[in-house]
Ligand binder design. Structure first.
Ligand code: PDD
Length: 287
């Protein structure tokens, strides 16, 4: 597996950074995860736009322009010997120079950011897994109030996600003040009486690239949809629940806190949207 680190392409196992990197010491950085199908990055411009937003929010200058990022990413994709990839991009606030305090919360001065990328094989759900769906648990969203930043400091998400793993489930669905926010590593959609609903983008959630594609597909195909706050009662009374992300795509949640969601099997709209999503991917990959 090839990686990219600060201007160099090298085998992943040989990539080294200082233990004083602010990503390591403080979790002071941001990331992106770009799905790559048949060596073509999916929605790369949108991922790079979100990366820019995350960098702006943490007041870290983007080390590369869009064309430069594109070139580096395409080169890294090309170096892998597998076609479908999950490409990870991380930018941290770098390593303080000698002479600067090695561990000061304040931004270091004149230090270049650390840029790290690697790709691993993308494993998406099989049609058989999609036909079964997954279970989820709920938890109070106890993260900070800047969840729109795709920050590498994921401790809260990790602890929340582990609650799902401990219950043999795939995801933790989070509620803040009685309203749905998102999953620990995904966005959540609700279907009721044929209407698709999603919480509105805000500082309380990360707006997924998949989330945007799903809403675009709903518009393009005349599927009734509403972007609005969703209460816990609405979540629990849903006919269908979906989790969406770059790696999970559109996955039906069929059990929530051990109670069946709707009929307890993936619903018709989930199946339709997954079909539309797969077709959209194919179409994008051909262009
Ligand atoms: N996570 N919300 C959170 C908290 C996430 O971590 C993710 C994705 C999403 C969905 O975003 P997208 O559709 O752009 O993948 C929403 C990625 C996959 C990860 O951390 O690995």
């Amino acid at each position: 597996m090839s990686a990219y680190l600060n201007g160099e392409f090298l085998p992943l196992a040989e990539a080294r950074i200082s233990v004083l990197d602010r990503g390591f010491v403080f979790g002071d950085g941001v990331y992106e995860l770009v799905p790559v199908y048949s060596k073509k990055p999916f929605r790369l411009d949108e991922h790079l736009r979100r990366l820019q937003g995350s960098l702006d929010n943490i007041r870290l200058a983007n080390p590369h322009g869009v064309a430069e990022w594109r070139e580096l990413i395409l080169r890294l994709i090309d170096l892998q010997d597998f076609a479908d990839q999950s490409l990870y991009i991380q930018v941290t606030r770098g390593t303080p120079d000698e002479g600067q305090s090695p561990r000061d919360h304040a931004f270091p001065k004149g230090v270049p950011p650390t840029v790290f990328m690697f790709a691993q094989p993308l494993v998406t759900a099989t049609p058989e897994q999609k036909a079964v769906g997954v279970c989820a648990v709920t938890a109070a969203d106890n993260r900070w109030l800047r969840c729109n930043i795709k920050a590498i400091s994921l401790l809260a998400n990790i602890l929340l996600r582990q609650q799902a793993v401990d219950a043999d489930c795939a995801e933790t669905v989070m509620l803040r003040d009685g309203f749905l926010t998102e999953g620990a590593a995904s966005n959540i959609f609700v279907v009721k009486d044929g209407v698709l609903m999603a919480p509105p983008p805000s500082n309380l959630m990360l707006t997924g690239i998949t989330y945007d594609v799903v809403l675009e597909l709903a518009s393009a195909h005349g599927i009734p949809h509403e972007v609005r706050v969703i209460s816990e009662a609405e979540l629990r009374a849903a006919d269908e629940l979906w989790m969406t992300s770059s790696t999970k795509e559109v996955m039906a949640i069929v059990k929530l806190d051990a109670a069946p969601v709707g009929a307890g099997v993936p619903g018709p709209l989930a199946q339709r949207m997954d079909g539309l999503y797969q077709a959209f991917k194919q179409q994008v990959m051909r262009t």
